[in-house]
Design a binder for this molecule. Sequence first.
Ligand code: NAX
Length: 327
Amino acid sequence: AASPVTITVTGGAGQIGYQLLFRIAAGDMLGAEQPVRLRILEVQQALPALEGVVMELHDAAFPLLASVDTTADAAVAFEGADHALLVGARPRGKGMERGDLLAANGAIFAAQGRAIQERASERIRITVTGNPANTNALIAAAAAPDVPRERFSALTRLDHNRALAQLAARTGTPVGDIRRMIVWGNHSATQVPDVTHALVGGEPAIDLVDREWVKGEFVPTVANRGAAIIEARGASSAASAASATVDHVRSWVQGTPADDWTSMSVVSRGEYGVPEGLVSSFPVTCSDGRWSIVDGLAVDADVRAQLDASVAELAAERDAVRELGYL
Ligand code: NAX
């Protein structure tokens, strides 16, 4: 049998963690043949609650689960990590300014970036789910200069999946028949879901839906879906966020289908006019454990304008954390 892969998950006592850990242990992320070692990082005060989650992980008797360790020490958590799933983050508290939020998360992600550089395996791949995900990934990458830039990513797969679901519902097509969806930019309300290259059952999506719907309904529904879930559920999306995190890593490691791509936030090298160094969402294909940005796509004028606004927001976040001394 294959030797276990070490997966470090932060924020394991949280609501996404409660879904994510079980999906990983079941083999949904790395496959039904791949044993996994879980290392879970939490803040000290959440360790007792995390023990309950660990009891449940044991009680699920997953054949692929080789071991589970918990700690409040990042240096211990990232020891030998092949994958780092950075889910835990500081939520925006009442009366908290955006700057306070960036500062609180800057401290967390800089410390974790350093621990990753010092402790993780050579194969380390980092996926940031905790918000503000793109900028947190930027901070972690800056704190780990010896780790190759292409190993850092942030989650926009949930937005991508939400976009697939909306287009599927509109066209009465199973999600599995839709290809080449794109989400560009920041994982925030400025994100840019883009159907202009999408194929529905092999036909261009833009022949099946009208521009009014795309602009007036599709884009805002996808971009504001997080808020709609909070409104309905009284809590933010967790199962779908965990599922998207599993999808993100699975695509990265196992590859994307030959005639399709996915959306990932990765460090820009200037592609599509996104300034070098920003962590922005792009259409990517993956094979052999590497992603590459799909190049040469024509960018629709509406998409271009929205992407410029989203990139301006990413640049403003970068400037704010630079001012705080994290870059
Ligand atoms: P919860 O508040 O339920 O859980 C977060 C957990 O992280 C808590 O148990 C907390 O103790 C832990 N934590 C905080 N600081 C930590 C640190 N320094 N080290 C280790 N653990 C730490 O939040 P949950 O609903 O699970 O969401 C987690 C994060 O995902 C949030 O930042 C949230 O905004 C973000 N999301 C990102 C999404 C995406 O698509 N990128 C979508 C879903 C979600 O909103």
